[in-house]
Design a binder for this molecule. Sequence first.
Ligand SMILES: *Cc1c(COP(=O)(O)O)cnc(C)c1O
Length: 231
Amino acid sequence: MTSMIEENLAAVRARALAAARKAGREGSDVTLVAVSKTHAADSVRAALVAGQREFGENRVQEAMSKFPALRAEFPDLRLHLIGPLQTNKAVDAVQTFDVIQSLDRPKLAASLAGAMNRLQRRPDCYIQVNTGEESQKAGIAPSLFESFLVECRERYALPVVGLMCIPPVDEHPDRHFSQLRDLARRHGLTRLSMGMSGDFETAIAFGATAVRVGTAIFGMRATAPAPDTRD
Ligand SMILES: *Cc1c(COP(=O)(O)O)cnc(C)c1O
């Protein structure tokens, strides 16, 4: 287990570095977020021992049961929430995560701002954009993005650092990656979370600063519990 994860991590890091170089970028411009959802704490520990420090989880409850003990061992790990967030879990999310990548609606912006003020803890936020305009998918619609960004910044003073997207599974991701990049540029946002196991090199070519890689590091997931639905 340990050696497989260590080898996978080395291979993914090498591929990310090569993709960055090819795009005229530095390897250090791209953060590898190891997506550990559904995988046991021992697998996360193996990745930590191999030097990995940034992790992604898509459910608040699962992260809360796995990560406090790991944090005690590895205080410099950073945890990203990459799945839909219900407003009633905003306090738990602000307490548990260092980065929240799924900010996508005004009601959630209000809850997160309240939770941050209460806890005096301000995780970096990414606005998730539904670039594919899929009705069932999380993310703010592109047509509503600009007013939502203004609301997050001015009304709620949220620390918005970048954008995140999950392209439709049945489409070529290029258009989605370029759309996210252009949207970020236009609004002075420097971070882009895009790219997963199947397309992270392409995402890096389009300017990704964070790639979210699960399967290529930890192996196949057993049937996953459904992510939290939004409210
Ligand atoms: C599960 C997940 C990933 C990782 O997907 P892999 O294909 O296993 O690399 C990335 N991003 C999000 C939002 C996810 O839910």
